[in-house]
Design a protein around this ligand. Structure first.
Ligand SMILES: N[C@@H](CCC(=O)N[C@@H](CS)C(=O)NCC(=O)O)C(=O)O
Length: 380
């Protein structure tokens, strides 16, 4: 039983997780206690909705609308830059559950920035005050899923947002790229953070890492074009499908999502190389991977993206996915399925009232040389 259903075993272990008492040990500095205790702040979305209302209850369109990120500074190696690249100066706040934050973890590892940029993952549960940090006694999978190592009195990610801007009215999203020196948020936009990581720290890196170019000049316009539709239809498309509160909004999103997956499948079928743009790994692979690796374990059932699944319906995408996951450690080592499965199913109570986490699919991702039974039978 436990061998066949590892997910079930994990679910049983965490059944009393959500409201554990907090005991915080002091770390280095305090940013919130004077004026912004998290328990007394109300919602920050600027309206009457709760944090867990993904589509406003007043929005008749029923469509999920993602907000624009508010902090948009750049780390730059240009002389006189406000945020220059420095070893040990910057910290990433992420969630292993989040596909946007996952981009930054993969890029950090691919570029060999582990000793240069530190990180913390929040707990996978997102409640009415948004993301919270794990308590010292909670043992969660994944490196650095700990209390905030930088601030003794921070319990929630929103404390960091409010310390930067007490009037902040947006959502408290991960990833956050944080400057320990000035105690400022540099950026909370993953698409921009990964591009900073591609080049701005290169002077601090040895040659092989420096040479890894994830956004090569010769492919930039192709990457930008694919980013555009893959973001709208696929990365964000799964959310538009899952959070829709009308049949019409759902159907529009889910059919667009699957026609784009069909297009990606045809593209990957047509090239005989392992990466999205041929023989070199690029940003396009990173951005698509973080959605596709969550697809079968979560999006198929939780977001109703169930016209097909990846493992039985998209052989070329499945091959591409498993190549990245099993062959390139930066992809596998930053993927934490427990955070992924529990976050969505136990945080999105607007669409999963009883927070039941489905046991399957088993396993979360197939080994490289195994297929689902029907596919395997066809091959015999
Ligand atoms: N544009 C942002 C989006 C990030 C985002 O939406 N993150 C989600 C997690 S997957 C989040 O933190 N949501 C918390 C909330 O909206 O309350 C990026 O790409 O960095």
């Amino acid at each position: 039983m436990s061998r066949t259903f590892p997910a079930l075993r994990r679910i049983q272990q965490i059944s009393q997780f959500i409201t554990q008492p907090r005991s915080i040990t002091p770390y280095r500095s305090s940013i919130v206690s004077a004026h912004l205790p998290s328990s007394t702040r109300s919602m920050a979305t600027g309206n009457a909705d709760k944090i867990t209302d993904w589509v406003s209850r007043n929005d008749k369109s029923g469509e999920f609308k993602r907000q624009n990120s508010a902090f948009r500074n750049w780390i730059s190696r240009k002389p006189g830059a406000q945020f220059p690249p420095e070893k040990g100066r910057y910290h990433l706040y992420v969630s292993y559950a989040c596909p946007w934050a996952h981009r930054t973890l993969i890029t950090r590892k691919l570029k060999g920035l582990e000793d240069i940029i530190s990180f913390t993952s929040v707990h996978w549960h997102l409640g009415e005050k948004g993301w919270r940090f794990a308590t010292p006694d909670e043992k969660l999978p994944g490196e650095n899923t700990t209390p905030d190592p930088l601030h003794s009195d921070v319990t929630h990610l929103r404390d960091i947002y409010f310390a930067n801007d007490p009037d902040y009215t947006g959502r408290f999203t991960v990833p956050v790229l944080y400057d320990k020196k000035t105690q400022k948020i540099v950026s909370n936009e993953s698409a921009e953070i990964i591009r900073m990581l591609y080049y701005e720290f290169d002077d601090l890196l040895p040659s092989p890492n420096k040479q890894l170019d994830l956004y090569p000049q010769s492919l930039r316009s192709e990457i930008d074009t694919s980013n555009d539709w893959i973001y709208n239809d696929v990365n964000n498309g799964v959310y538009k499908s899952g959070f829709a509160t009308t049949q019409e909004a759902y159907q529009k999103a889910v059919t667009t999502l699957f026609s784009s997956l069909d297009k990606i499948e045809a593209h990957l079928q047509s090239i005989a190389s392992p990466f999205f743009f041929g023989s070199v790994l690029t940003e396009a692979d990173i951005r698509l991977f973080t959605t596709i690796v969550r697809f079968d374990p979560v999006y198929v059932q939780h977001f109703k993206c169930n016209i097909r699944d990846i493992r039985s319906g998209y052989p070329a995408i499945h091959r591409w996915l498993r190549h990245l996951y099993w062959e390139i450690p930066a992809f596998r080592e930053t993927t934490e399925f427990e955070h992924i499965k529990f976050h969505y199913t136990k945080s999105h109570t607007q669409i999963n009232q009883f927070a039941i986490t489905p046991v399957g699919p088993v396993p979360d991702i197939l080994p490289k040389d195994e297929e689902v039974r029907a596919v395997a039978a066809m091959k015999k």
